[in-house]
Design a protein around this ligand. Sequence first.
Ligand SMILES: *Cc1c(COP(=O)(O)O)cnc(C)c1O
Length: 493
Amino acid sequence: MQYVSTRSRSQVSSPEAVLRGLAPDGGLYMPLSFPKPFDPSALTGLSFTEMASRIFALFLDDFEEIPALAARAYRGKFDCPDVTPLRKAGRRYILELFHGPTCAFKDVALSVLPHLMTAAMRHTGRSEEIMILTATSGDTGKAAMEGFRDVPGIRITVFYPYGGVSPVQEKQMTSQAGGNVRAAAIRGNFDDAQTAVKEIFTKGLPAGTGTVLSSANSINIGRLVPQIVYYYKAYSDLLAAGAVSPGSPVDFTVPTGNFGDILAGFFAKKLGLPVGRLICASNANNVLTDFLQTGLYDRNRPFYKTTSPSMDILVSSNLERLLFMIGGEDCGPVREYMDSLRTSGSFRIPAPMRENIQEHFSAGFAGDAAAARAIADVWEKERILIDPHTAVAWAVADQLPDTGRPNVILSTASPYKFPAAVLNALGQDAAADPFGLMDQLSRLTGTPVPKPLASLKSAPVRFTDVVRKEDLYDYVVSLTAGSRLQDGASVTG
Ligand SMILES: *Cc1c(COP(=O)(O)O)cnc(C)c1O
């Protein structure tokens, strides 16, 4: 399978697309021809890993080792055998995506990406060191550091917004083990971090560093493809439970930031999975709600820090892929939209295109107060503890008319990553340190603190750098130069 950039038609193989992450023209990689739809019953009843290897093979057919790779990626990493369990919650379903090593849905893809990159290096015969640069709104950073920890030939640096992630998220990153990992705070918000990192990609490293850059953000096609799998798994589980009959559609409500998770749902629909509506749920940073309702994308608006920080995003990168798909895979208009977004902060799509998108997507947003009410509500009625991101999705689902179709809420993080917000929502004072709060939440609800989070308290902090966004390029270059001076020794920070 060949991949093309959303901004020009130059082609690369799937291993090359995975290695590069972002195309040199700033665009995102898409399959040259999208895999043909197939009957979803072909995957029904398979294990998560089997489903994963079938789906990976559709998009990444240049990799010979896919079945073994999928098995290796998930073995022993998730605390439940079916990786992404589905729970009934009243009339709805909750798809729990946070059973991996860092307790957020990013683990599902970032358990696979390091294996894909290593295989891609072998496949392309590259000998340079890969340096992964990743901007994170909180969860990608940790999941990527954990996934790439001590992977030979690869180093990873993640940048998170200074003061813009939860204390638990921050400690997860700053205490991460591994000789090839590093985290730094960046002065600014997530959009600043993402833009600065993208600029480093476009500019490229100076010659002679012996290093190639790559990305672990959801702009990497190797991140997106694994996220398709749980839409199939959820559908298969609904069939097994008799909650849906073969072929009848199911809605998915997705707490959305960078538009990667929900776009994977659209990929699943294009592959033939009976998806009714994809409901894009935003927090107070509701740029996507407005876009999906009006066709005008306008990031010129206040940026809010909310209780769902992983969705505090005003520039949703993966939307570019949707524009490419809906716009007949025509690069010209995509380039114009993205240029306009860069220069004026906004762009508008034509009405027929908006209507086309609206055939598949609904949108809504919920502020912190509505999300808090959802946390309390779901706990009281269902005895299920949800995190503030999942709560945004739940609250948005509450606003929309009932379609009669099953509605699956994607649950993207463990509530224990955001104990202060969850305790407040349950009417408790939450003044103590975040680790005391985890215990408080556990005592209150009788639910266990996930193991990977419980051990954080005593983990020593390894990384304390705070970088200005203007200095990011030099900072990154200094990391590569440092590695050369040390003659291949790893940076342990
Ligand atoms: C990353 C993240 C999201 C948003 O996912 P996108 O793919 O960026 O839209 C939602 N919730 C949590 C907990 C996340 O970590």
